[in-house]
Design a protein around this ligand. Structure first.
Ligand code: ATP
Ligand code: MG
Length: 408
């Protein structure tokens, strides 16, 4: 991609309503645009990042047997009455048609996936089943804030599992936990797992995946010596107390919840009369679980963790392009040769061939946060300047060496 062709440019000034780093930098670097509080457009570069995160999540969900579907965002009222969510869920967006029919916008999809699964599940032979989707969610959040961390419209991966019994379910639950940890690691995030009591519908155990950041809205207590972590809201311990697991002093921190897993028990199966016939010929309700990841929130949290005074520093796994290639005056042809050669090797490149000062090209590359910066300049002949976004030192190397390093 050539930078001059990007429709959304890097801006020298930050948006004046930005309350967090992710809001400021994502807008300034041209990755998102705010339509209103909590609702954003993703630009071509922003969408590339979102898709990369989405694909990391998708790969791991597929690897544990998840089947991807895409459910509607517009729901009939009846489904939400069946679970009493219509009256009980305060964030549920409700709307009325011109013929006075009522609808809800999907804030989560238990109400849709459970009746859907009735078609698939008849006997124990149809279990286990895990369906997931990656889709927009709508929530009437009282305070949409912190850029894309808390939206009224946001991108979520939500998976729903159906198991014959508690034992099978718990095995799968553990697999999902492991898959989540792999996902967050690939995204460059260190997720701490808190044990928490379940949501409004269940007293069962749930786990929240928390990433330390001041832009988050949760307070956690955690141990640096072992993996003990709890949400302060429900905790019996406080900062400085001894870790109940290993005895080290507990630390307190602000965190953002990037994902969670819930044991739903039989609540939704009962609401929709979803049953299966077990091996003894008896009717049973399956055990359900639900598993969310805030895909767009992850993108915001990554920006909160990876930035400096010059802009974003994307982890290579989700950067919109592998390389920022800058053509300085007189080296346009050479830069173009490098551009072609790298693309032939499957390396994605953003070529800055604009008629702009070197300074403004460097600033744009830094702001957009691509992992590697290459500079073609007549001063360096056939040598190319190589610099990592998170380092200050640069080196001069030739094209085959550039390709070799990028392919590693
Ligand atoms: P929170 O406590 O932050 O409101 P939640 O418990 O309501 O989260 P879930 O309903 O389980 O979250 O949604 C699954 C995931 O979706 C969350 O772990 C979070 O990463 C993300 N998420 C939830 N609400 C929002 C939102 N308003 N904007 C962006 N992401 C969100
Ligand atoms: Mg919430």
């Amino acid at each position: 991609m050539k930078l001059s062709k990007l429709p959304f440019k890097v801006s020298k000034t930050a948006p004046n309503n930005a309350d967090t780093i992710n809001h400021k930098l994502l807008v300034q670097a041209g990755f998102v645009r705010q339509l209103m509080a909590g609702v954003y457009t993703y630009t071509p570069t922003g969408l590339r990042v979102l898709r990369k995160i989405e694909n990391i999540v998708r790969e791991e969900m597929n690897s544990i047997g998840g089947q991807e579907i895409l459910m509607p965002a517009l729901h009939p009222k009846a489904n939400w009455l069946a679970t009493d969510g219509w009256n009980k869920i305060d964030v549920l967006f409700k709307l009325k048609s011109r013929t006075d029919k009522e609808y809800a916008l999907g804030q989560s999809h238990e109400e849709i996936v459970t009746p859907l699964a009735k078609e698939l599940i008849n006997s124990y032979k149809d279990l286990p089943l895990a369906l997931y989707q990656i889709q927009w969610k709508y929530r009437d959040e009282l305070r949409a804030k912190s850029g894309i961390l808390r939206g009224r419209e946001f991108f979520m991966k939500d998976m729903y599992s159906f198991h014959e019994n508690q034992k099978d379910f718990e095995k799968f639950y553990a697999n999902v936990k492991d898959a989540y940890l792999r996902i967050f690691k690939k995204l460059g995030l260190t997720a701490k797992v808190t044990e928490a009591s379940g949501g409004s519908f269940t007293e069962k155990i749930s786990y929240e995946f928390m990433v330390l950041t001041d832009a988050g809205e949760d307070d956690i207590l955690y141990c640096n010596e072992c993996n003990y972590c709890v949400n302060t809201e429900i905790a019996k311990v406080k900062e400085g107390d001894r870790c109940p697991k290993c005895g080290a002093p507990l630390k307190a921190g602000r965190a953002s919840e990037v994902g969670n897993v819930f044991d739903l028990g039989q609540k939704f199966a009962k609401d929709f009369d979803l049953t299966f016939v077990d091996a003894n010929g008896e009717k049973q309700y399956p055990i359900m679980g639900c598993y969310g990841i805030g895909v767009s929130r992850c993108m915001g949290v990554i920006v909160e963790k990876y930035n400096d005074e010059k802009g974003i520093i994307w982890p290579a796994s989700i950067a919109p392009f592998d390389v920022a290639l800058i053509a300085l005056n007189g080296a346009e042809d050479f830069a173009n040769d490098i551009y072609q050669a790298l693309q032939k090797e499957g390396i994605s490149v953003l070529l800055d061939e604009r008629n702009e000062s070197a300074g403004s090209k460097f600033a744009a590359a830094d702001m957009m946060g691509l992992p590697i910066r290459l500079v073609a300049s007549t001063r360096n002949g056939e040598q190319i300047e190589w610099k990592k976004r998170n380092q200050t030192d640069s080196e001069l190397i030739d094209l085959p060496e550039v390709i070799k390093r990028l392919k590693n």
